[in-house]
Design a protein around this ligand. Structure first.
Ligand code: HMG
Ligand code: MG
Length: 308
């Protein structure tokens, strides 16, 4: 299989952690429900390809996201995880379900905007904190690791531009509930590199260092790799991505797939940045998954490498 020629840029980090979200962010957005055995096989293949962390599913309300209603069954099928497999948990009911399954890593997901908080969580922007606060406290008491997402960091389909200060205020508040990492979501993929640089600088100013931050880019406008490069240059070393470029958010108009993990790995391989991920195995997984879903992967790298 073709590989990029490696030319290192010494100003960039030597190692990056890829936080795989395909089974959760990808499959939550499928029109049809993928069989639970297929989901388990997808996750096993991702782990086998070297991904160090794979977000498996969500303990959200099954009526809100029927695509992931089989979360408990999926975790039973997977057995004891060999790498961290976080699950999304919005509230204490979700936490109860996670505790019952012995989950060790959860992620809460807040919104930087009022409209998306209402649409995604049925809460106002302020009410979301009242929902997350006891959830995080109890999760920490249970010894769980908690990641926090903040959505609509670069623009909102209903509200338009989202001020950097507003994102920082919400993100810092979510992080301070007791999270170990804050993932900054470009939910609808509208961000551009200068915006990434400015947002990271604003978080740094309030004491959140790049080591605590992850970037979560959707690729709606084809900006995800450029934005990744801006964040790499600032020193961020955790990037969310979805194998095959699956994804979106059923409650965010115009959200399409995440940055494809293969596109990210091709670029990082070329830059000589270690990830531990085997690109060939990843492409095989996307080709297999595309067969299960009945349509080709939108990833350019998958398309280029699939036949050889
Ligand atoms: P609600 O209707 O306000 O819930 O939904 P409630 O608290 O009023 O409870 C109503 C009933 O639901 C109760 O049952 C609860 O027990 C039950 P009853 O007493 O009436 O019989 N219930 C639950 N059942 C199972 N699991 C639960 C749960 N919670 C309550 N966890 C809620 C509020 C937050 C639950 C709902 O809005 C929800 O599930 N939202 C999730 C939406 C979602 O998953 N969106 C996609 C993920 S976010 C994303 O993709 C963005 C991200 O990728 C980053 C980015 O790109 O920006 C992360
Ligand atoms: Mg997302």
């Amino acid at each position: 299989m073709r590989k990029p020629q490696v030319v290192r840029d010494p100003s960039l980090p030597e190692r990056v952690t890829i936080y795989e979200v395909g089974p959760r962010d990808g499959l939550q957005n499928e029109a049809t429900v993928v069989p639970v055995e297929t989901k388990a096989e997808f996750i096993r293949r991702l782990v086998d390809a070297g991904l160090p962390i794979v977000e498996a599913t969500s303990f959200v309300h099954p009526k809100w996201v029927p695509q992931l209603a089989d979360a408990a069954e999926l975790l039973d099928l997977l057995g004891e995880p060999t790498v961290p497999m976080p699950v999304l948990v919005p509230n204490e009911r979700g936490l109860d379900r996670a505790v019952e399954k012995g989950v060790k890593h959860i992620a809460i997901f807040g919104s930087a905007t009022e409209t998306f908080a209402q649409r995604n969580l049925n809460r106002s922007l302020d009410e979301q904190f009242a929902m997350f606060e006891p959830t995080v406290r109890r999760a920490r008491d249970e010894g769980m690791d908690v990641r926090a997402y903040v959505s609509m960091c670069f623009g909102d389909p209903w509200e338009g531009d989202v001020p950097v200060d507003q994102v920082v205020a919400v993100g810092k508040r979510l992080f301070d509930l007791g999270a170990s990492q804050l993932s900054l979501g470009d939910t609808i993929g509208v961000g551009t590199p200068g915006h990434v640089t400015a947002l990271l600088a604003a978080f740094n100013e309030v004491g959140l260092s790049n080591g605590r931050l992850a970037m979560h880019f959707h690729d709606t406008y084809g900006q995800a790799l450029s934005n990744t490069q801006a964040a790499l240059r600032a020193g961020v070393t955790t990037f969310d991505a979805s194998t095959g470029g699956l994804g979106g958010c059923p409650y965010a108009e115009s959200a399409t797939g995440n940055l494809a993990t293969e596109d990210l790995v091709w670029m990082l391989d070329g830059l000589g940045i270690e990830t531990g991920v085997d690109l060939g195995k990843l492409v095989e997984t996307s080709v297999w998954m595309a067969e299960q879903l009945g349509r080709p992967s939108p990833s350019r790298v998958v398309a280029a490498l699939a036949d050889g």
